[in-house]
Design a protein around this ligand. Structure first.
Ligand code: UD1
Length: 398
């Protein structure tokens, strides 16, 4: 069996790593070469900065991509089309049995769309076949079609043959959309597999010392909040971006706010001339009542900051799940979430994007006690379940 996995943007790396490691584990365990899985990793190059891509390969020990498409940035249509053109050539060359896509980024939909229409003939076989498509993190829905990711999710799920679901709402959403029950597999969350693997290592990061958040030892940790913000709906339009920043500046009066910045948000700050609203961190210069901008972080440092934060504010999808797993209060700066389990069972609340609502959510979260929760199958064993389903699926195929 030959499998191609796709990565493109930052959140993809931690979702794919455990699956690849599990495939390697399978290959080591088998006695008959006929059952070996040939695996190739394709990186589309949607994210190409060192801090958004290379560092994750290094830290997660993700094998270097076998094929790098180098597409870079562009409009949605441009980026998706570039990936599609190049990925078709990959399929021509490789003729895989299965393409694994993860998450909801443009690389996800682009590759699923190409695979769904790419038919080829196998040696000694008459019928033309296409690669099967697996989607990891299927079924999540924000019900907000203005989010590019929502379109990517719906289409990718629709085209996929194996849909791996992280939380129960995913099953309900897929069934409602007419997806056949036997394609859906509730397996848990591979991003949480990675988190549980690296939690100990993250404790050894020196990021807290580098940012001057501890004096001498970790028992003297300063309370801080951690911010991530990069959704187009929050940062691309001046008025709404400014309103969010004003509210966050108010919150930074209570405790320093640490803000590893995404390039999209950096671009908006430049464009709208808002640099004076932030403090740009340089050695030993964290300001206690400011939003402190630092460069994007690697996985280990970011995990360390997240684990030790008093509170996390974010518009990311994955961070809502990671804070739930870490039992750290989270405020989501959006009007909806495709991950409702993080609210029902986890530490997350939706604040929306209005100044006053963000301030209220901050107070609510600081005064709430959360019990440790662990959503079903967020147990570090998801990749194992996925690889088992894949192997069984191909055993059943003629
Ligand atoms: C993408 C995903 C989003 C995910 C995010 C994680 C889509 C539609 N969006 O958004 O779901 O949460 O990744 O980070 O796929 N840029 C760089 N260096 C890079 C990559 C991007 O400077 O390595 C800048 C470019 O100016 C680019 C902009 O960031 O135009 C946006 O990048 P893009 O890949 O289009 O989307 P993200 O906002 O990163």
């Amino acid at each position: 069996m030959k499998i191609i996995s796709i990565v493109g943007a930052r959140p993809n790396f931690m979702k794919v790593t455990p699956i690849i490691l599990e495939i390697y584990k399978h290959n080591k365990s088998i006695t008959n070469d006929k059952n070996i899985i040939i695996h190739k990793l394709v990186h589309t190059g949607q994210h190409y900065d060192k801090n958004l891509s290379d560092i994750f390969f290094k830290q997660l020990k993700l094998p270097q991509p076998d094929i790098y498409l180098n597409v870079g940035s562009g409009s949605h249509a441009f980026q998706t089309a570039e990936i599609m053109k190049l990925f078709e050539k990959v399929l021509e060359e490789e003729k895989p049995d299965l393409v694994i896509t993860v998450g909801d980024v443009n690389s996800t939909i682009a590759c699923a769309l190409v695979a769904s229409k790419y038919y080829y003939s196998k040696v000694n076989e008459n019928n033309n076949i296409r690669p099967y498509i697996a989607h990891v993190e299927a079924g999540l829905r924000s019900f907000d079609r203005q989010m590019p990711e929502e379109i990517n999710r719906i289409i990718t799920d629709n085209l996929s043959d194996l849909l791996f679901v992280t939380e129960k709402t995913g099953i309900d959403n897929l069934l409602r959309e007419g997806i056949s029950k036997d394609k859906i597999h509730f397996v848990g969350n591979t991003m949480i597999d990675t988190l549980l693997t690296f939690k100990e290592r993250a404790n050894e990061s020196d990021i807290l010392e580098r940012l001057n958040l501890t004096s001498h030892d970790r028992n003297n940790l300063r309370e801080y909040s951690l911010l991530t913000l990069h959704r187009p709906s929050n940062v691309d339009e001046e008025k709404s971006f400014k309103e969010i920043i004003e509210a966050l500046r108010e919150l930074s009066q209570y405790m320093p706010m640490i803000f590893p910045i995404h390039p999209r948000t950096s671009n908006s700050i430049e464009k709208f001339k808002l640099k004076s609203l932030f403090h740009y961190f340089k050695d030993n210069s964290i300001k206690i009542s400011e939003i402190n901008i630092i460069p994007p972080l690697g996985y280990i440092d970011f995990l360390c900051l997240m684990m030790n934060a008093r509170i996390v504010l974010t518009d990311s999808g994955g961070i809502q799940e990671e804070t739930t797993c870490l039992n750290v209060p989270c405020i989501t700066l959006r009007n909806n979430t495709e991950r409702p389990i993080t609210i029902e069972e986890g530490t997350n609340i939706l604040a929306g994007c209005k100044g006053e609502d963000i301030l209220n959510a901050f107070n609510t979260q600081l005064n709430k006690n959360y019990k440790n929760s662990s959503p079903k199958y967020w147990d570090g064993k998801t990749a194992g379940r996925i690889v088992k389903v894949i192997i069984d699926f191909f055993k059943r195929k003629p």
